[in-house]
Write a protein that binds this ligand. Structure first.
Ligand SMILES: Nc1ncnc2c1ncn2[C@@H]1O[C@H](COP(=O)(O)OP(=O)(O)O)[C@@H](O)[C@H]1O
Ligand SMILES: [Mg+2]
Length: 663
């Protein structure tokens, strides 16, 4: 899709857009300038209700065109350009700012006085007010510094705008809202980071962060061709205007890259919010938010949209709670302990140690040496190994569990009397335990001895996808002592497959990890598991090999250091904890500050997205995801369930049976 679902997006065509307001002449003081801009806007609203801004509503444009022809004589047309100031005119000296509130108020009151005929047509009146709000400044730039600067906002204008029918204008000047500043022939778009009162002047001072700029079309003064970054800063004294929905439509219109739409841009009613898939997946992404904010549902929504856009994709999702099977019944393959069939021999040496060794400290080293020798011996016994020549303990070559057991037994037999056999017994006993425990059968079954590596990889990586591009690996049934190793094996397979497949034309793979803080924990929480190492490695190097990582967590502060900053796109839902907020702030780009401050105040199903996947940071309210595509919610309704009765004894009986048989 090339246009992010924006039905009103259209290409600028100068021939169709004559008659808009010319650029603002500059006066010498704020009052002069606001007054001048009022006069202009009075004229402008008769010329074009959309002011400077691309207004994509065709009906309204027709109306405007009619009004224009009624109200403008041909000589007026010719007179206009003379008022156009030279673009690189020297900036006015900083005005005595902010303007005395009493005067601005008086002006505003005069402005607000309704015209008699307008009273008869209240709708037009609202439009008129909206048009006026759009073309009149709300404040002025005081100070410019690097990526941010300070503006003064007129209180009266703020409250006028607050009543505007256009929600973007109504938000103008508030924390997290967008405003625009004219610089020469372009518009700069900025977001408001904070507000504080200027008691002396009775106005509001606010810091802003620049988001990007759009070119101002010479004839019409409208904004088009928005892009990230700033090439020319405004000078103190430049006027600040509210950004309207029409402006934001231009800003958020897709630039032609493929995108998926996931919700609406806040605070507008209809602008679709999209994420550029290639940019987001190319540099990893993180989805953060406290429990209950809608993380899992949003993850499902994003993945559903990606699957729709790329039905032959390859997505592996690690699902520790078994939530997602409900969501991807139709578009994915669900793999759990009943059908995963992950062969034990696919583990490398480190993973074998995690599963088979129980000792710590000095004993651990001894046990590792024994296991290394015996494992290599067992692996070398297979016919496949014979045909391959040289192999290592890490080579994913099938071996018989009994061969490993025998190798340990043999080595034990060769011991002299002085050496203790305890380490051998430890490993052997653990091996026996795994073989006989039904909970480990998905991995340590005699049935898994065949060489199924290619089939296993095709199955979990969806190669070919057959219209089901996602595999949900539900590890909720895996015994907790080996869950992290299972996740490590799966993650390492993704990485190794990509490395060994470098010479092939393999497709990229997306690995999504729920509860990521469990698997890539910070040093303080780390227990040195291989899963942390492999996921950190994928975070750092994965993109070179076409692996994309998606990390979902409610505790970003518990993630390993550096992992979050490897995520090019951060989707943050509400975070209640200060430490988590600080972490996200540190990982997000400067320009997103104004948005970041909204993180603790987001509603459920709302998020801030910033980074590669979006043109500029956006606040999005997610679409409603239909029930059949939602993950199974973890929140039971106590009242509902505590109103039901019947079959309790049978339920308990069945549960006890499953419990006892451990399967
Ligand atoms: N986009 C959405 N559409 C429909 N329901 C949603 C959406 N987002 C969240 N919900 C609802 O909100 C509740 C909590 O969402 P969930 O994804 O489980 O949150 P989290 O994973 O953050 O704990 C669920 O009952 C879910 O159905
Ligand atoms: Mg969840």
């Amino acid at each position: 899709m090339t246009d992010m679902g924006n039905p009103n997006h259209r290409i600028f065509d100068p021939a169709k857009e004559e008659g808009a307001q010319p650029p603002q002449p500059r006066g010498s003081s704020l009052r002069d300038r606001i007054r001048r801009s009022e006069q202009d806007s009075g004229a402008a609203s008769s010329l074009s209700r959309s002011g400077y801004i691309h207004n994509p509503q065709p009906v309204e444009e027709k109306q405007v065109a009619q009004e224009r022809s009624q109200m403008m004589s041909p000589d007026q047309h010719q007179a206009m350009p003379e008022e156009v100031p030279v673009a690189n005119e020297q900036p006015a000296p900083p005005p005595p700012i902010p303007a005395p509130p009493s005067q601005l108020r008086a002006e505003a009151e005069a402005r607000k006085a309704p015209e008699p005929e307008a009273e008869e047509e209240p709708e037009v009146d609202a439009d008129e007010q909206s048009a006026q709000n759009m073309v009149q400044p709300i404040g002025v730039v005081l100070e410019i510094a690097g990526s941010g600067s300070m503006i003064a906002i007129d209180l009266q204008r703020l409250s006028e705008c607050a009543e505007d029918a256009d929600p973007s204008i109504a938000m103008a000047g508030q924390v997290g809202s967008q405003i625009k500043i004219r610089v020469g022939n372009s518009w700069l778009l900025a977001s408001v980071r904070n507000q504080r009162q200027d008691r002396k002047a009775g106005s509001i001072l606010a810091n802003i962060d620049f988001l990007g700029e759009g070119v101002e079309e010479k004839l019409t003064g409208r904004l088009h061709g928005f892009r990230r970054g700033v090439t020319r800063y405004p000078v103190p004294g430049a006027l600040v205007y509210p950004a309207s929905t029409a402006d934001l439509k231009q800003v958020y219109a897709s630039d032609g890259r493929s995108a998926v739409t996931i919700g609406k841009v806040y605070p507008t009613k209809d602008i679709r919010a999209g994420i550029y898939i290639d940019a987001m997946l190319g540099k990893h992404f993180a989805l953060l938010g406290s429990t209950g904010t809608g993380k899992s549902t949003s993850a499902a929504l994003i993945l559903h949209r990606i699957c729709e856009a790329a039905p032959e994709g390859h997505i592996v999702m690690i699902d520790p709670h078994g939530e997602y099977s409900a969501a991807f019944r139709n578009t994915g393959v669900i793999l759990d302990v009943s059908n995963l069939q992950m062969p034990y021999w696919i583990m490398n040496f480190e993973e074998h140690c995690e599963v088979l060794l129980t000792s710590q400290g000095n004993d651990r080293q001894v046990d590792e040496d024994i296991l290394a020798k015996c494992l290599l011996k067992a692996r070398s016994k297979s016919r496949l190994a014979e045909s391959m020549g040289k192999i290592t303990v890490d080579s994913p070559i099938p071996y018989l569990l009994s061969d490993l057991s025998n190798a340990i037994q043999d080595a034990m037999g060769k011991l002299d009397k002085a050496t203790t056999s305890a380490p051998y017994m430890r490993i052997k006993n653990k091996l026996e335990e795994l073989k006989s425990d039904p909970r480990y059968q998905f991995m340590f079954s005699g049935m898994l001895v065949g060489d199924t590596m290619s089939e296993f990889i095709c199955k979990i990586f969806r190669m070919p996808s057959n219209g089901k591009p996602i595999s949900i690996i539900d590890v909720s049934g895996v015994p907790s002592d080996i869950t992290s190793t299972v996740v490590a094996v799966l993650s390492r397979l993704v990485f190794d497959f990509a490395i060994w497949g470098r010479e092939e034309r393999t497709s990229p793979i997306l690995l999504v990890c729920e509860e990521a803080h469990r698997y890539v924990p910070s040093e303080k929480n780390s227990d040195g598991n291989s899963v942390g190492t492999i996921l950190s490695r994928i975070a750092k190097e994965g993109r070179k090999y076409g692996i994309s990582l998606g990390l979902i967590t409610q505790r970003p502060s518990d993630l390993a250091e550096g992992v979050l900053s490897q995520c090019g796109t951060i989707i943050s839902m509400r975070l209640n904890n200060d430490r988590d907020q600080d972490f996200v702030r540190a990982a997000m780009p400067e320009g997103a500050r104004g948005f970041l401050d909204a993180i603790p105040a987001l509603r459920n199903r709302e998020c801030i997205i910033c980074g590669e996947g979006v043109a500029i940071p956006i606040r999005v309210s997610f679409d409603n995801l239909e029930e059949s595509k939602r993950p199974a919610s973890e929140d039971p309704s106590f009242v509902e369930l505590w109103n039901q009765t019947g079959g309790e004894e049978e339920i308990v009986e069945r549960t006890v049976q499953r419990w006892r048989s451990q399967g």
